[in-house]
Design a protein around this ligand. Structure first.
Ligand code: PXP
Length: 239
């Protein structure tokens, strides 16, 4: 069963923005990631455009030959408009706060059910697959089902954190969450803090994950190994 690797290229934009100019070129990074074997490209434009800018997303869309996944909080009309204009294969809705360093929790799908239902319908009517970021909590998965989402992206930070001391305990809630999602007919993505150490075990324990979205660790590894090698090594963990 194939699990796709979507490479998050936000860090290329962070590096570019630190100096002005266009080095490294994020469009080239997307072209190369695809050439090196990535099954998809993920970007997470934030309202302050501190890494990927809205216009980068438009430019990247022009060269995408794999899957394009745009992440973000639909709180901003600007984000909704961008996604509807660019029409990626997938939008991943994340409840991150303004200025937040990185995503650190999933949706409360019970509390925000009506809101999510409404916004998910907007994207689905435009032919865009929707995934929502959730913690590995069966109640939240059940709630996700009632929002009408196509997939969930399970937030894997806690798995990654606990993996180093006790991987059997670390994976348990994720296996239950994935089983629950499958029972309900939801597709399963996973992401956050996945790396060369913990990815293979996750894939081995939950082989039917549709897609993992990986940024930080893969780009850090690419500094030492090269971008092509890093992508190939991560792909190998998913075999
Ligand atoms: N999934 C979501 C929803 C994210 O916000 C991020 C970080 O932008 C990732 C996955 C990737 O996490 P990491 O950079 O730790 O691989």
């Amino acid at each position: 069963m194939g699990t796709k690797l979507s490479v998050n290229i936000n860090k290329f934009a962070t590096l570019r923005n630190s100096r002005g100019g266009n080095n490294p070129d994020v469009v080239k990074a997307a072209i190369d990631a695809q050439r090196f074997g990535a099954d998809g490209i993920t970007v997470h434009p934030r309202p302050d455009e501190r890494h990927i800018r809205y216009n980068d997303v438009r430019e990247i869309k022009k060269i995408i030959v794999t899957e394009f996944n745009i992440e973000g909080n639909p709180r901003e009309q600007k984000f909704i408009d961008l996604v509807l204009e660019v029409k990626p294969q997938q939008v991943t809705l994340v409840p991150d706060a303004l200025g937040q360093l990185t995503s650190d929790h999933g949706w409360n799908t019970l509390e925000h059910k009506d809101y999510l239902r409404k916004i998910i319908t907007v994207f689905k009517n435009a032919g865009i697959r929707v995934s929502i970021f959730v913690d590995p909590d069966p109640q939240m998965i059940e709630g996700a089902y009632h929002t009408g989402t196509d997939r969930i992206e399970i937030y894997t930070e806690e798995y990654a954190h606990k993996f180093t001391t006790d991987k059997e305990t670390a994976i348990k809630p994720y296996k239950s969450a994935a089983e629950k999602a499958t029972e309900l007919g939801l597709g399963i993505n996973a992401g956050h803090d996945l790396d060369m150490n913990n990815l293979k075990y996750l894939k081995h324990q939950i082989p039917y994950i549709d897609e993992v979205s990986i940024g930080h660790a893969l780009i850090c590894d690419a500094l030492y190994l090269g971008f092509e090698n890093a992508i190939q090594l991560y792909k190998r963990q998913l075999m």
